[in-house]
Design a protein around this ligand. Structure first.
Ligand code: FES
Ligand SMILES: [Fe+2]
Length: 353
């Protein structure tokens, strides 16, 4: 089951060059995306209303898209505006058009009722495309259900195990830190001190460097992870009474990540790595994203293997532990929103009949 009335990341802005037609599948819907002459992105159902050929095999003509099977031409609204050798265009000659917003270097699509598309619901990525921050980007395809990836990002205690030699830095500091989880509008806020943690290798610091790190993230519907960390001298967490710090950190790191379901068994994961320019070099930034990608390959291996076990196992009940609090809360939030839009689906299908 997917939530439809929300924004999904369809890709990084540079995934959609001028003059290209890009095919995507999001929550099971085939979509073709292209840029208009003013740079704005159009997203249409990738299925011609005539004989169901993919419009992504078509041709861009100005701001319009022509199906290259029998030549129907569609406006960015999805309305057919030309049928070769036919003067009358039936009102049913239309393909679905999806609301699109380009924000923070991401192209966001609204997959539900267009009348409900509210750009204020797009989670704001952290420090993307800012002159005072380095930013590196990437994406990863998963053969796994999106919920397993949300679960993974909602319980960072896995850093001490899945990422034992990478992000976990051979330390139990993540496992031993207890996050505080609070509900926020359409998401959860998860904060903790990670005490006496080895510094990341990508900053080129002496290997014995340790810090107390304040890690705070918002996890937003439908699966957007917005993490900011601040690192301080060891002892800072205790000096703050384990509350949020107010002093200037030694350095800051930000990463924004988006989980986009393709089908029930396929997902794409988009991520950034951001470092403040005043405290890092471009080389540090490149090494940071390389470190992230090494770790994300570890997540992928574990989660895809987990997905295979789930697929083979008739009874997929899971044991609930106290460390699962955030992921269970987020699953409940998603189920509530998905259930709430079901009457809309029923009404929409009744109206269509
Ligand atoms: S299938 Fe598109 S014009 Fe015929
Ligand atoms: Fe991970």
């Amino acid at each position: 089951m997917f939530l439809r009335n929300c924004w999904y990341v369809a890709g990084w802005s540079d995934h959609f060059p001028e003059d290209a037609l890009m095919a995507r599948t999001i929550v099971g819907d085939p979509i073709v995306l292209y840029r208009k002459r003013d740079g704005g992105v159009v997203a249409l159902e990738d299925r011609c209303c005539h004989r169901l050929a993919p419009l992504s095999r078509g041709r861009k003509e100005g701001d319009d898209l022509r199906c290259m099977y029998h030549g129907l031409k569609f406006a960015p609204s999805g309305k057919c505006i030309e049928i070769p050798c036919q003067d009358i265009i039936p009102s049913t000659a239309v393909v679905r058009s999806y609301p699109v917003v380009e924000q923070d270097c991401w192209v966001w699509l609204w997959m539900g009722d267009p009348a409900l598309a509210d750009r204020a619901l797009i989670p704001g990525a952290l420090n993307h495309d800012r002159p005072d921050w380095f930013m590196q980007t990437g994406h990863l395809a998963y053969d796994a259900n999106y919920e397993l990836i949300n679960d993974n990002l909602l319980d960072l205690s896995h850093l001490s195990y899945v990422h034992e030699n990478t992000l976990g830095r051979n330390s139990m500091s993540w496992r031993e830190s207890r996050p505080k989880v609070t509900q926020i509008e359409r998401g959860l806020r998860i904060r903790r001190w990670v005490v006496n943690q080895p510094a990341p290798g990508y900053l080129g610091l002496p290997p014995e460097t340790r810090t107390d790190m304040w890690a705070s993230y918002d996890y937003m519907v439908p699966g957007v992870f917005l993490l900011a960390t601040q690192s301080f001298q060891p002892g800072t967490a205790a000096a703050c009474g384990m509350q949020a710090p107010s002093s200037e950190p030694l350095w800051r790191v930000a990463t924004s990540q988006a989980v986009t379901p393709i089908t029930e068994r396929q997902t794409v994961y988009y991520y950034s790595g951001c470092l403040e320019r005043k405290r890092a070099t471009e080389q540090n930034s490149r090494e940071q994203i390389a470190a992230f990608e090494k770790a994300f390959a570890e997540d992928k291996a574990m989660i895809e293997a987990q997905q295979q076990v789930i697929a083979r196992t008739a009874d997929t009940r899971m044991l609930r532990l106290s460390s699962d609090g955030a992921l269970n809360q987020f699953r409940r939030l998603m189920v509530g929103l998905i259930d709430a839009e079901r009457p809309l689906e029923v009404a929409a299908s009744a109206a269509a009949e």
